[in-house]
Design a binder for this molecule. Sequence first.
Ligand SMILES: NC(=O)c1ccc[n+]([C@@H]2O[C@H](COP(=O)([O-])OP(=O)(O)OC[C@H]3O[C@@H](n4cnc5c(N)ncnc54)[C@H](OP(=O)(O)O)[C@@H]3O)[C@@H](O)[C@H]2O)c1
Length: 271
Amino acid sequence: MYIALNNGVKIPMVGIGTFKSKAGNETYNAVLSALKAGYRHIDTAAIYGNEESVGKAIRDSGIPREDLFLTTKLWKSVKDYDSTKKAFQDSLNKLGVEYLDLYLIHWPTTYEIVRETYRAMEDLFYENKIRALGVSNFLIHHMDDLLKNCRVIPTINQIELHPRLQQYRLQQHCEESGIFLTSYSPLIRGEAFEIEELQLLAKKYNKSIVNIIVRWGIQRNIIMIPKSVTPERIIDNFNVFDFELSDDDMQIIRKLNTAKRYFSDPDNIEV
Ligand SMILES: NC(=O)c1ccc[n+]([C@@H]2O[C@H](COP(=O)([O-])OP(=O)(O)OC[C@H]3O[C@@H](n4cnc5c(N)ncnc54)[C@H](OP(=O)(O)O)[C@@H]3O)[C@@H](O)[C@H]2O)c1
């Protein structure tokens, strides 16, 4: 299942996350299992240190490059135009690909650094080396500053989003500019499995708790990238296209919001 970004590029609504997937066999096997299970969207980042293993799995899968959607991210230690171009090329080399589908600024630092690094990303976009640009961990004020200063409107904001942190305001704000959200850490660092309402929904639909959360995201037009290195989980997590949560059940999840963050606050990160 795909959704069209604001520049017409299609993104698969479910991808495989790779944060904390160890470089080497662990990431290689996870990505290969995901591609065999039908995933066509892989999310990695320079800071994860596993881009080479992702690239090897992509090549060995035999799936044509144009059938895949590959995202990586620029780490926050990269602060100017030239270093951004260099970091991008390092990621391409490690991944062993000619272009990226989506390149994200991993964390907002200062407005000045964001404008400068994004300017380099825009030039790479105009050189056809990136199909879509985006950001991650951006709050409303970070989005607004970038939107005022960019030449290419970002397509995605990848943020912490799950049943405890539902992010409706940020979603509305982004969507007013045609920007979709991607949810990270959908499983709330394991807490999702303890939530009784989700347990009951899993039973009702005869699905796993991960399936319920991923489906909830899809029905909100949010791109979902659950991570696993366990082949059976990778297969099961993708099993979300044969059922639909009712409006009443979407409302049950809506009430689980506590607006609590489990990751860093984007306004309080080390620059
Ligand atoms: N932009 C950012 O700043 C940012 C931050 C965090 C994450 N992300 C991206 O978002 C992706 C997802 O977030 P995440 O990795 O933090 O967390 P997550 O996907 O919510 O959870 C991953 C954890 O859940 C376990 N798990 C997965 N499927 C399961 C299942 N069916 N049953 C039981 N346990 C299961 C995994 O274990 P096993 O692997 O051992 O199976 C792993 O420990 C990341 O991998 C990364 O690509 C981005």
